[in-house]
Design a protein around this ligand. Structure first.
Ligand SMILES: Nc1nc2c(ncn2[C@@H]2O[C@H](COP(=O)(O)OP(=O)(O)OP(=O)(O)O)[C@@H](O)[C@H]2O)c(=O)[nH]1
Ligand SMILES: [Mg+2]
Length: 432
């Protein structure tokens, strides 16, 4: 508990960060340790939103209270604790219904948000591309709409645009109407952005590079690995959800093949549904990949829970069937016992350190192998006098592993291992 001199009397700490209580509910089927882990993660999320988690508050109940989640008696205790520590915000780990939110705010006389809204806030701070920003705003509005209770405070963040109030309409109805209009506009804008992005994706397809996507829990080290693999310098940081917008770069494999590598948004347990929906298009690119690299921070205790959360989200976006390499990262922090355990428990898994580069060469070989597994060995003939054929030969060298090349005048015969998914396209463009 902070001493009185730590605070300035306005619910903010010395650095101007908002000070918050984290609230978790233990019910019959959730264990105490589980809730403690959840609050630990909530503290990390608060930190990512520049909020200082000052106290943690848990309540045991058989079932959640429909009106106040943790019960009004307990809320009064929480209120006293918040006043004592001069807090301005309470963050609930459970998603609150609109009615619960209202009731709790009334009792606590504090701003109250839940985990979903906190994650939405973080996403809003981090979104960089136009598509990312549109997606987050849409998710925020969809979340806000049923929670509007006449207080116009919620609208202030939307800024500008005073709606013309129809006769007999209340302020609340006007606000709702404005939000619905904005949702409509956002939906149209997103459709347009996506159409353009689809074109980019088609262009990449035409270049016939296989697509490899990094997936994993937030903070697993995806961006660090992305940089290491592509010698690039995207922003990696210890904060959560640094990467929101997918980034794609060319990856050179040891067998001289090229692939398109994408960094993606970090996953999290209980990813708010509004966000899964909003980011569906981004995540669909994951479902479209030829290979996924599931990056796991193996240095933390509950890495298995993180792996399960990632698998669940992958299932939700229909990416459950995409071939996947399991990559245990941060191996520099593991002792030999832990490494041996992972080798035994997860057959075919890899251990790397994206930070030191340890194991990364082996990973590249495995990526090439996994992509090559999906190939067919074919012999193709070309007529070098034809420009289309010369182009096709060039293409073949880019996308396939060439085993032999025999020329006889203008006739060229090439034996190669071709990715299965490219077979048809190659045949269409060739004189066989
Ligand atoms: N010790 C160690 N730290 C690592 C390693 N790889 C990444 N990190 C650190 O882990 C933190 C998170 O790394 P990022 O690459 O930003 O993680 P991310 O998965 O892209 O995270 P989000 O984009 O937020 O989902 C950073 O502080 C990295 O320096 C590693 O192999 N070993
Ligand atoms: Mg990242």
């Amino acid at each position: 508990m902070p001493s009185v001199t730590d605070v300035e009397g306005n619910g903010r700490g010395p650095e101007g960060r908002e000070r918050a209580a984290l609230v978790g509910l233990i019910t019959g089927d959730t264990r105490r340790t589980h809730v403690e882990d959840a609050l630990e993660e909530l503290a990390g999320l608060a930190d990512a939103a520049d909020i200082e988690p000052v106290l943690r508050f848990t309540q045991d109940r058989n079932r959640p209270d429909p009106a106040t989640l943790i019960g009004s008696g307990k809320l009064e205790m929480l209120k006293a604790a918040c006043q004592e520590s001069d807090l301005s915000l309470a963050i609930f780990d459970n998603e609150l219904t609109p009615a619960q939110l209202r009731n709790i705010e009334k009792i606590l006389e504090l701003r109250v948000i839940d985990r979903t809204q906190l994650i939405l806030d973080i996403f809003a701070r981090r979104a960089r591309t136009r598509e990312g920003k549109l997606q987050v705003e849409l998710a925020q509005l969809r979340y806000l709409l049923p929670r509007l209770v006449g207080a116009s405070a919620a609208l202030s963040r939307l800024g500008g645009g005073i709606g013309t109030r129809g006769p007999g309409e209340t302020k609340l109805e006007t606000d709702r109407r404005r939000i619905r209009l904005r949702i409509g506009t956002l939906t149209d804008d997103l459709a347009e952005v996506r159409r353009r992005r689809g074109q980019l994706r088609d262009r990449r397809r035409r270049s016939e590079m296989p697509a490899v996507a990094l997936v994993g829990y937030t903070n697993a080290g995806k961006t660090t690995l992305f940089n290491r693999l592509t010698h690039d310098t995207a922003v990696a940081s210890d904060a959560l959800f640094v990467t929101l917008d997918p980034l794609t770069r060319e990856l050179k494999l040891p067998n001289r093949q090229h692939a398109a590598l994408s960094d993606t948004v970090g996953f999290i347990d209980r990813l708010p549904h509004t966000l899964v929906a909003a980011f569906r298009a981004t995540l669909e690119e994951v479902a479209d990949a030829d290979l996924l690299l599931h990056v796991v921070d193996a240095s933390i205790d509950d890495y298995e829970r993180h792996m399960q959360a990632v698998d669940r989200v992958l299932g939700e976006v229909d990416a459950g069937d995409v071939p996947m390499l399991l990559v245990f990262n941060k191996a520099d922090r593991l002792d030999e016992g832990a490494r041996e355990h992972l080798r035994q428990a997860y057959e075919g898994s890899l251990q790397i350190s994206a930070l030191t580069g340890d194991g990364v060469a082996g990973l590249l070989t495995e990526i090439a192998r996994a992509l090559a597994l999906d190939t067919r060995r074919v012999t193709l003939s070309f007529d070098q006098a034809r420009p289309e054929d010369r182009e096709a030969i060039e293409r073949l060298y880019r996308v396939a592993r060439v085993l032999s090349h025999d020329a006889d005048g203008d006739r060229v015969s090439i034996e190669a291992e071709v990715p299965r998914r490219l077979m048809q396209r190659l045949q269409e463009g060739l004189s066989l």
